[in-house]
Structure formats: C-alpha cells, structure tokens
Design a protein around this ligand. Structure first.
Ligand code: KG4
Ligand code: ZN
Length: 334
C-alpha cells in the first residue's frame, strides 16, 4: 500500500509518499519546504504569513511527490497546530480524497512525532513511553498501543523548544534558537553557570521551563558575555530535567520501549546523554530516536501514523474532516 502524507500544522509544508509492504516501510518521497527564513526576522512564526506560504507551496510539493503515482490512502495532520496552517493541508487532503475516491486518515501531530520511531524500527513493542519535545509541546505520553494514549506529563508553561528559542533571543542569537544554542555549547562549560532545573524533583511528570528562561534573563552582563558557557549551562539544565523525568516515568510504568520525538530531539548532546542513562539504568528497555529527518516537522511521520490508522480501519469521510488546533493526544481513538 502507498500512503500520501500531508503536514502543514506550523511553518513546514511537507508531503511524503510511504510504501508499506509486509510491514516494511519504504519512504519513497519526503519533501519539506521550511519557512524558517521567512519567519526568522520576526523571531517566531507569524500565523497569517505561514498559512499564505503553505497555500503557495503545497500544490508544487504534491505534484513533485506524486508524479504519476496514485496513492491508496491519504494521511493528513488534523491538529494540534495553527488553525489557518492546518486548514491548508486538510483542504488539499479532502480534495484529493474526494477526487480519487480513496480513504482519508486524520492524524494527530504529536502521535505522529512518536510513531515516526516505527519508521526506524518497525519491531518496537508497545506499551511504550514517548517523550515529545518541540517548539509547541513538551509531553510524556504512555502509548498502550497505536491509538490508545495517556498524557502523563506536560509543560505547565513554556515548551522546551520555545524555551531554547526565547533564551537564544535573550542572548542575541538567531531563530530558531535550539540549533543556535547547540552550536555555541561546543566551546562552553556546562558547569560554568548554576541555572535552575525547574520541577526536576516534583512528584509528578509535569515540566516547567519559564523559570529557566527568566534565570537567563537575569544573568549579569558579564555572565551573558560568555555565550558559550551560558549556552552549555542552559542546555545541560534542560537535559537534566528531561532525563530525570523520562527515567522516572519509565521506571514507574510497565513499558517495553521508550521513544522520542520533536525538533529538540535533534539535539546531539540530549540524545547521547539520554542514551547513556537509559543504557546504564534501564537496559531491559528498547529505546529509539527518530532519524534526524524525522525530528523536526515532516510528512513521513504523518504517513507512518496513517498506516497504523489504516490497519485498524480508522478512516474518515472527506466531508467530515476538519482541523482541530487543540486536539489532545489523549483524545485520539481508533
Ligand atoms: O518539532 P518542531 O520542528 O516544530 C514544532 O512542532 O514545534 O520543533 C521546533 C523546535 C524549535 O523550538 C527549535 O529551536 C527546536 O525544535 N530545535 C532544537 C534543535 N533543533 C531544533 N532544540 C535544541 N537543539 C537542537 N539541535
Ligand atoms: Zn512538531
């Protein structure tokens, strides 16, 4: 079966073609048109501009990805995200589904970030613990099976990626801040500045990152001058919190694997420290990171999630499909 994936929830227009035969995934096309350069001067995504860019780009990407291929099904992000951005992908998917009379699947963006790991390793077992860390989300999800999820922890204020972006802005670095800070850490000392690790020892699995950003704001001008040390110390504070909460949740719940997703998981230091800690403390669990191409927003993950929905017969009539900007992962049901 070949599934067309469409993703337009934020500032990446993405289209993919995923072939699945006997449970083996072959990613035939994976096109991403990023709007980062357009939004960078504003220091963040401007929703109206993002939607217009999706409109200008999506038909080109669809034509390029599809060529003469007529897929067997279409999977599209239904939410969460910016409503005006989501509507562009949703409308394209509805139109193609109606014209070709092929099944349509509505995919939750957070669910897709986590199911992207099955593209790397289709043998991963459930129940799994998933950590999603992106510009809009910081969530710990208990994945009983595809389509059955429990949100066990979430940020109470800023998302991790948002915190990277805001801290970078305070340091006069560019947007998006995550990769900018990560670059600066290479020359820095992660122990140079004592920054807070908010809620690291709280009795739940929630997160809070706004205090860390504020701590960067209140550093002395002398401290702020050493961008490498501030970056390394900041990054280490984030890593400590994410590792601590993930390992605590993994020990408390009866799971078989740990999977990761979202743009912040592109952070090499976060990956390597997380891997080391899981291998030393929870070596009975399988863990999987998405491929680098599948950390930031993409449509390969949407098509992969679409495949799981198709397996369970979870399709939607194109007339009933709508965007839901606040769609919680807990409310995904097959
Ligand atoms: O998943 P994503 O592409 O979009 C959302 O759904 O939000 O994540 C984007 C976020 C941005 O906040 C960006 O700063 C962060 O991921 N990011 C990183 C790195 N690469 C991207 N954060 C830390 N280290 C990185 N290497
Ligand atoms: Zn995302």
């Amino acid at each position: 079966m070949t599934i067309l994936g469409i993703e337009t929830s934020c500032d990446e227009t993405a289209v993919s073609l995923l072939r699945v035969e006997d449970g083996v995934f072959t990613l035939e096309k994976n096109l991403v048109s990023s709007q980062i350069a357009i939004h960078a001067p504003h220091g963040g995504v401007v929703p109206e501009v993002a939607a217009r860019e999706h409109v200008a780009t999506i038909s080109h990407l669809l034509k390029e990805a599809l060529g003469d291929t007529r897929p067997d099904a279409i999977a599209v992000t239904g939410g969460p995200g910016l409503v005006t951005s989501l509507l562009v992908g949703v409308q394209a998917a509805k139109t193609l589904s109606a014209a070709w009379n092929i099944p349509l699947v509505r995919v939750n963006h957070i669910e897709a970030h986590l199911l992207a790991n099955w593209l790397e390793n289709p043998a991963l077992s459930f129940p799994a613990l998933g950590l999603v860390v992106s510009g809009g989300h910081t969530e710990l999800v208990l994945m009983h099976e595809p389509g059955s999820y429990e949100l066990i922890g979430r940020t109470r204020d800023d998302a991790v990626g948002e915190c990277f972006d805001k801290a970078a802005k305070l340091l006069g670095l560019g947007y998006p801040g995550g990769p900018e800070i990560a670059k600066r850490t290479l020359e820095g000392n992660p122990k140079a500045i004592d920054l807070p690790r908010p809620m690291m020892h709280s009795n739940d699995f929630d997160f809070s990152f706004s205090g860390l950003k504020t701590a960067v704001l209140y550093l002395t001008p002398e401290q702020k001058q050493n961008i490498a040390d501030v970056s390394a110390s900041f990054q280490q504070a984030v890593i400590d919190v994410l590792i601590s909460k993930t390992l605590k949740a993994a020990s408390q719940y009866d799971i078989r694997s740990i999977v990761f997703g979202g743009g912040v998981m592109a952070n090499k230091e976060l990956r390597s420290q997380m891997k080391m800690m899981i291998e030393s403390k929870l070596s009975h669990l399988t863990h999987q990171f998405p491929g680098n191409y599948a950390c930031t927003d993409n449509a390969a993950m949407i098509a992969a999630a679409g495949y799981f929905h198709m397996q369970k017969g979870d399709t939607i009539d194109w007339k009933n499909l709508d965007a839901d900007p606040n769609w919680e992962i807990e409310h995904v049901t097959y």
